[in-house]
Design a protein around this ligand. Structure first.
Ligand SMILES: NC(=O)c1ccc[n+]([C@@H]2O[C@H](COP(=O)([O-])OP(=O)(O)OC[C@H]3O[C@@H](n4cnc5c(N)ncnc54)[C@H](OP(=O)(O)O)[C@@H]3O)[C@@H](O)[C@H]2O)c1
Length: 226
């Protein structure tokens, strides 16, 4: 069981009914974290939680509406389409004050999701920090992890995860969440502004998947002794 301040840490995954969020929720529940899935509809979250619990073989995941999940959590993970990013952030703004918010969102611009799109605030995660204010420790991570690797609990995820934030302690907390998933290596990618690069890499990865007929290209940094 993972601990924070002497008690079990609860992770809420907002958008946890989706492909990426449900995969991360499954992996963290498997690692022993208390996990809540958030949805715009509590019933949809409960149904996804039941599905994940069936895979896990125990009741380790709960479902709730997004605000209830964010209120209940120590760490809030946001994994929604960019088009929903601002309205969802506005809806959970009060609930995440004083907490770590991990933003997985990539500012893709359908239908051309294989071309880099820089949003008005330069990065979705910079827009999140500006909207939520300084009392929320926003961290960028997991933008380059394909959901296809998350659902098979018996397979390690062979990838590095760039973590960017202006808060060093928050980066360390998120590094623990990264390394709770077998195969993933946490890499300190610097300040939050560096997440522009991590977000921009995802459309390139989506391009590589198609170009090289790959299911889920990932990243590894070489030359690091850490
Ligand atoms: N899929 C990947 O492999 C992957 C990899 C890295 C990063 N990402 C990024 O992670 C985020 C989530 O990706 P995903 O593939 O998991 O997305 P998804 O399955 O399409 O959606 C995730 C969840 O977002 C919620 N949502 C809230 N507002 C929405 C709206 N207006 N339209 C649609 N859904 C809405 C939905 O939950 P409710 O309906 O239950 O509220 C949905 O289940 C995206 O920003 C994506 O770019 C994805």
């Amino acid at each position: 069981m993972s601990e924070q301040s002497g008690k079990a840490m609860t992770i809420a995954v907002i958008g946890g009914t989706g492909k990426e969020g449900s995969g991360l929720a499954l992996r963290w529940a498997h690692a022993g974290y208390d996990v809540m899935i958030g949805s715009r509809e509590a019933e949809r979250a409960a149904a996804k939680a039941a599905e994940l619990n069936a895979v896990l073989g125990r009741d380790a995941v709960r479902g709730a509406d997004n605000v209830t999940a964010a209120q209940a959590a120590d760490v809030v993970v946001l994994s929604v389409p960019y088009q929903a990013h601002r309205p969802i952030l506005e809806s959970i703004k009060a609930a995440v004050q004083g907490k770590i918010l991990v933003d997985v969102t990539v500012p893709l611009q359908p239908p051309d999701i294989r071309t880099v799109h820089i949003p008005p605030g330069q990065a979705a995660v910079l827009e999140a920090q500006a909207l939520l204010g300084p009392d929320v420790r926003v961290v960028a991570a997991f933008q380059n992890i394909s959901y296809t690797h998350l659902s098979h609990l018996d397979r390690p995820v062979d990838s590095d995860v760039l973590i960017a934030s202006d808060d060093d302690e928050a980066k360390q907390e998120v590094a623990k969440l990264v390394e709770a998933i077998p195969g993933m290596r946490a890499i300190d990618g610097g300040p939050l502004v560096n997440a522009i690069a991590a977000e921009a890499l995802t459309p390139v990865i989506l391009y590589l998947n198609r170009r090289y007929k790959a299911a889920g290209v990932g990243i590894r940094f070489t030359g690091l002794d850490a």
